[in-house]
Ligand binder design. Structure first.
Ligand code: NAD
Length: 295
């Protein structure tokens, strides 16, 4: 077999952001409507700060309004719930994202459940989780939405393909499985209790790894020609005493066996914010009863 095709998430995300920007400009011209995204961050976690800064930058670049709310790590749950109530009522805000994880004094479920489902651009509110499972229109979680776009970029129609998702988190694995069902794939969700994980993985035409275990999936787990989407972001120490980012897939051994594979970084990662922008646009249109503009 030759080299695996590299799935360029960076380029595909840039294309999606450019399309969102065109639609936002149309929405502004036709309806005088500017989608607004509010991001709430508690505490000083360095990785979250970078992520939030990128979100704000890309939101503005897409022509949308960005509202940053930075609160200190000791903020009470009541104060946070008060802010969410204000954002729910704010007509200029169409998307609300609370950066996770939240500090220990705060009940994450209570906070996520307080977000107006119409503004829940992370797709974590039980109403949107339920709608997604019921096959109704819903705001769906950004990372899984990005995974589907990448898979379709390589395979086109996913109907009838064997999809294996490793990981069953509420943020990635479970919603990804729901989205794959909607695409008519045959879906298996594997997890830490799965027997013969390599054997299950080898069944996949589409293999998604969302585990958080560096380089868990090796080449011998991959059916030759399969499309491999690596969601994992893991920091490991190198022999030179530095750190580097790796995925849940051992890229070197997967190379040449997978038909196509996402790199880490530069695969799924950039898709997440692009899909967040797309969700914010969709939310702004739905809240105002207008169709998302065509391009
Ligand atoms: P999580 O810890 O909530 O869930 C991990 C899942 O993997 C669990 O369902 C568990 O059952 C399963 N698992 C754990 N060990 C396993 C093993 N040895 N074999 C099989 N299954 C096992 O993690 P998450 O939030 O879903 O994130 C998973 C990875 O994806 C992490 O590396 C995270 O950093 C990354 N991630 C990336 C993005 C992005 O690209 N933007 C977004 C979210 C998460």
């Amino acid at each position: 077999m030759g080299e695996s095709t590299l799935i360029d998430g960076k380029a595909i995300a840039a294309q999606l952001r450019a399309e969102v920007a065109v639609r936002v400009a149309k929405l502004k011209a036709d309806h005088g409507l500017v989608p607004g995204l509010a991001v709430v961050l508690l505490g000083e976690d360095a990785a979250s700060q970078v992520y939030v800064r990128n979100k704000a930058k890309q939101t503005l670049e897409a022509g949308m309004a960005s509202f940053d709310h930075r609160l200190d790590a000791e903020t009470s749950e009541a104060t946070l719930l008060g802010l969410i109530e204000k954002l729910n009522a704010d007509a200029g805000v169409h998307g609300i994202l609370v950066q996770l994880p939240l500090p220990g004094q705060i009940d994450t479920a209570r906070v996520l459940n307080a977000i107006d489902p119409a503004k829940d651009v992370d797709g974590f509110h039980p109403m949107n989780v339920g709608r997604l499972a019921a096959g109704e229109d819903a705001l769906s979680p950004c990372t899984p939405r990005g995974c589907i776009i990448l898979a379709k970029h390589v395979r086109g129609d996913l109907t009838g393909l064997e999809a294996v998702v490793i990981g069953r988190s509420n943020i990635v694995g479970k919603p990804l499985a729901q989205l794959l069902l909607r695409e008519n794939a045959t879906v298996t969700v594997a997890h830490s209790k799965t027997r013969d994980l390599p054997g299950v993985a080898r069944r996949a035409d589409l293999l998604f790894a969302a585990v958080g275990r560096p380089q868990l999936v090796t080449g011998d787990w991959i059916k030759p020609g399969a499309t491999v989407i690596d969601v994992g972001i893991n920091r490991i120490d190198t022999a030179e005493g530095k750190t580097k980012l790796v995925g849940d897939v051992d890229f070197a051994s997967a190379q040449g066996i997978a038909g196509a594979i996402t790199p880490v970084p530069g695969g799924v990662g950039p898709m997440t914010i692009a899909c967040l922008l797309a969700n914010t646009l969709d939310a702004a249109c739905a809240i105002n009863g207008v169709e998302t503009p065509e391009i």
